[in-house]
Write a protein that binds this ligand. Structure first.
Ligand SMILES: Cc1cc2nc3c(=O)[nH]c(=O)nc-3n(C[C@H](O)[C@H](O)[C@H](O)COP(=O)(O)OP(=O)(O)OC[C@H]3O[C@@H](n4cnc5c(N)ncnc54)[C@H](O)[C@@H]3O)c2cc1C
Length: 405
């Protein structure tokens, strides 16, 4: 018989929402604590947006996929470009994965749309207590359960209890800090500039998703559905360059003019500048407290793996908690969650995103040529391309994790 318990999920980002929904659909209660409210929930800065096939399968499992498909762009193909020559180096088509997944494509659908749709679903779910405008400030645990302290809009403090607490708070996780878990890794000295721009990039030969190598100014280029229809372009910004100088309207226009062929029309909708970290928590579990998503690992967005692997954490953990509440699994299985998902964070997410950035930013002409030749050869050989796509779409990471006991 299923034990009547409750999980405290801190943070209604994509990871916390998926966790609460997966638990609720298996009959398990959760309290979902989120500091943002109705008035500012959709005002978060642009972040993730490429959803890989394995993630789409998980969205489908909780009924989220169909809500997202109509708001996104189905993109089977992605490109690697060489910017100095404006030359297409490699084209990869997810159609090669048609026997591996019912979703042989990525869905370009921004994080903000994902959390908007998932929050709407969570609010309709009787087993999820959604607490917006509620700031989590700390917690305690003992052999019987956990107690979280939260602060309401009026500043009043309250204690809420549960069987487990899962930090889905993002990179600044208070749970991780209270548990004194080291966040091992490094921070890149350069920052990344994101410009949201309206422009007909398809007329210039680009796919919906492009990685662009350049020894001076590498770039990523992604398409998002509107309104307004727009693209997101990333550029590196060297250490020490003042933020105000980079973000000035003339500076943003210059970035775009340098990137585009002369005379190309474009319109800038917005921009933001962010610091990129490569870090993995030393532990994902201590007792009844667990880390999930960005609270457990953060990485460069080149390769679109942060949110995807976070969502994979959420479903892995949900299945284990479901097994525990149903009496089918012992609590030790939570250590397996750590073994599996920490392996993926280190060996796949970190390793691939570090490699991706090196490839795009490589300055040595001989190494650049070798890297680009290798990408070209990989894309032209169906067997190599298939293996490459299994890794880039994180399917391989899930298979490896499954084999870890
Ligand atoms: C520019 C950029 C582009 C990216 N592109 C991609 C991509 O294409 N694909 C990809 O997979 N990943 C991408 N990522 C990474 C991705 O955005 C994150 O990995 C993902 O959002 C993590 O989800 P999360 O739910 O773990 O945390 P978050 O999305 O950070 O959500 C955390 C939630 O917790 C809430 N919260 C925080 N603290 C508290 C508190 N004390 N009390 C209550 N609530 C709290 C926050 O308000 C927030 O709602 C990108 C990141 C950046 C910066």
């Amino acid at each position: 018989m299923q034990k009547d318990g409750r999980v405290l999920v801190i943070g209604a980002g994509p990871v916390g929402l998926c966790l609460s929904l997966a638990l609720a659909q298996a009959g398990i209660r959760s309290t979902l604590v989120e500091q943002l409210g109705e008035h500012n929930f959709l005002e978060q800065i642009p972040r993730a947006g490429t959803n890989h096939p394995a993630t789409l399968e998980l969205f489908e499992r909780i009924g989220l996929y169909k809500r997202l498909e109509r708001r996104g762009i189905v993109a089977p193909v992605f490109h690697y470009w060489d910017r100095p020559d404006h030359a297409l180096v490699a084209e990869f088509d997810h159609a090669l994965l048609k026997d591996e997944t019912p979703f042989p494509y990525v869905l370009q659908c921004e994080r903000i749309k994902i959390v908007e749709e998932a929050l709407a679903m969570a609010k309709e779910e009787p087993l999820i207590t959604v607490r917006l405008l509620t700031e989590f400030t700390g917690f305690t645990q003992d052999a019987k359960g956990v107690t979280a302290t939260v602060r309401g809009e009026d500043g009043s403090e309250e204690r809420i209890t549960g069987d487990y607490i899962v930090s889905c708070e993002g990179a600044r996780s208070i749970v991780r800090k209270e548990l004194d878990i080291e966040f091992e890794g490094f921070t890149y000295s350069d920052r990344t500039l994101n410009i949201e721009v309206g422009c007909d990039f398809r007329a210039l030969g680009y796919a919906e998703r492009n990685y662009i190598s350049d020894p001076v100014e590498w770039s990523n280029l992604f398409h998002w559905s509107g309104p307004p229809d727009r693209w997101r372009v990333h550029f590196p910004v060297a250490e020490g360059v003042a933020e105000e100088a980079v973000m000035a309207p003339d500076s943003l226009e210059d970035y775009m003019r340098r990137f585009l062929p002369p005379g190309t029309q474009f319109h800038i909708y917005g921009s933001n500048l962010y610091t990129v970290h490569q870090r993995v928590a030393k532990k994902f579990r201590i007792g009844r407290a667990l880390l999930c998503g960005d609270s457990a690992h953060v990485n460069s967005p080149i390769g679109a793996m942060g949110m995807n692997s976070g969502v994979h954490d959420a479903f892995n953990l949900a299945d284990k908690l479901i097994g525990i509440f149903r009496g089918a699994l012992s609590e030790d299985v939570l250590d397996r969650y750590e073994r599996q998902r920490r392996h993926v964070a280190v060996q796949h997410t970190q390793a691939q995103t570090i490699r991706n950035k090196k490839t795009l930013a490589e300055k040595d002409p001989a190494v650049r040529r070798k890297n680009l030749d290798e990408l070209r050869r990989t894309s032209e050989d169906p067997k190599l391309a298939h293996a490459f796509l299994l890794r880039s779409s994180l399917i391989q990471s899930l298979r490896e994790a499954e084999a870890i006991q």
